[in-house]
Design a protein around this ligand. Structure first.
Ligand SMILES: Cc1cc2nc3c(=O)[nH]c(=O)nc-3n(C[C@H](O)[C@H](O)[C@H](O)COP(=O)(O)O)c2cc1C
Ligand SMILES: O=C(O)C(=O)c1ccccc1
Length: 341
């Protein structure tokens, strides 16, 4: 089984350089992008021994969705840039791994088609100022079988991605489109960043959908507190993979305070910089209920389609299984903050 770094190297060779940069890049000088991974390396595990971990297990349940391991696939845009099978390949591999696929609003495959091959499907939303359109997209996702809604709240405006400017990457190649953005006439709308989104709009969203609702992109503890008070069902502690606000706190550094303020009332998902099973265990020990992975999945997809995504997810599963047991835990719930320095 190839390492994630090996798959990234293959992906880099195969991808159009502008598309590689789109996937790999972050905002500004990419300080936050780097900090996400560095934060994991700067923390070390201090394992416990003699704990009879022979029968340990990885499965968790988040907002009613079963995950075979505490790892899910984050929403990322435009999978057909990576591989002709695009989101279908990713969703199939994720279903095979028994975990959640979060379909991006900006997927290059319609959510209805993704749902046909997915197992546990969640849907990510960029709130659009045209509420009728927003409601129609949510209905499409829910009717297709999506089991949770993930509202991205860290993108009031688009981050400044210098690599995209340098490469003049503005459009999808001919034949590819953001298929969830088609309106009733079949025209594909541009995706608006939700600059004017407020807590009141979230109340409206909760009225028009029955799906449990997550906020994605919370790093301030007061926002986490407010989300719980507002009845939100879960939080992605995330800085959008360093693609939005450069200079922002790394997601792992933001996690402990949020975990302390939320105090188990809603599930926390950490994403940004997770590259190994030890990373997964560190995030869980510091308060996450599960982690999300973005770029590693894109590298697997670009390198080898469905098989490549399967390799990434199986590697993370095996590494997490090993790290959990070597920390003396029998399940994710037994990982505690004292295991990390
Ligand atoms: C190429 C790319 C596209 C992304 N597209 C979306 C998106 O459409 N919606 C969203 O909420 N987050 C999007 N994200 C952010 C991811 O969901 C996630 O927060 C991030 O990738 C996690 O960091 P990692 O790549 O270090 O694992 C995207 C990230 C990447 C790398
Ligand atoms: O590139 C991204 O990170 C992203 O979130 C996005 C947003 C809108 C359209 C495509 C991608």
């Amino acid at each position: 089984m190839r390492t994630i770094a090996e798959l990234e190297a293959i992906a880099r060779e195969r991808l159009d350089p502008a598309h590689y940069d789109y996937y790999a890049g972050g905002a500004g000088e990419e300080a936050t992008l780097r900090a996400n991974e560095r934060e994991f390396h700067d923390r070390v595990l201090v394992p416990r021994v003699l704990r009879a971990v022979g029968k340990h297990e990885l499965a968790v349940e988040i907002a009613g969705s079963p995950l075979s391991m505490p790892i899910l696939v984050c929403p990322t845009a435009f999978h057909r840039l990576a591989h002709p099978d695009g989101e279908l390949a990713t969703a199939r591999a994720t279903a095979e791994a028994g975990t959640v696929f979060v379909c991006s609003m900006a997927s290059t495959t319609a959510v209805e088609d993704v749902a046909k091959v997915a197992d546990v499907l969640w849907f990510q939303l960029y709130f659009q100022s045209d509420r009728k359109f927003t409601e129609a997209v949510l209905n499409r996702a829910e009717n297709a079988g999506a089991r949770a809604l993930v509202v991205t709240v860290d993108s009031a405006v688009r981050g400044r991605r210098e690599r995209e400017y340098r490469n003049a990457f503005h459009d999808l190649p001919p034949g590819l489109a953001a298929e969830n953005m088609r309106d009733e006439t079949g025209r594909v709308r541009d995706i608006e960043m939700p600059a004017d989104l407020t807590w009141e709009d979230l109340d409206w969203l909760r009225e028009v959908t029955n799906m449990p609702m997550f906020l994605k992109g919370v790093v301030h503890p007061e926002d986490a507190r407010r989300a719980v008070a507002a009845g939100i069902d879960g939080i992605f502690v995330s800085n959008h993979g360093g693609r939005q606000l450069d200079g922002e706190i790394s997601s792992l550094a933001a996690l402990p305070e949020i975990a302390s303020i939320v105090d188990g009332r809603v599930p926390l998902i950490l994403d940004g910089g997770v590259r190994s099973g030890a990373d997964v265990v560190k995030a869980l020990a510091l308060g996450a209920d599960a982690v999300g992975v973005g770029r590693p999945v894109l590298w697997g997809l670009a390198a080898a389609g469905q098989e490549g995504v399967a390799e990434v997810l199986e590697r993370l599963r095996e590494e997490t299984d090993t790290a959990l047991a070597l920390c003396g835990a029998r399940n994710p719930g037994e990982l505690t903050a004292d295991l990390v320095r």
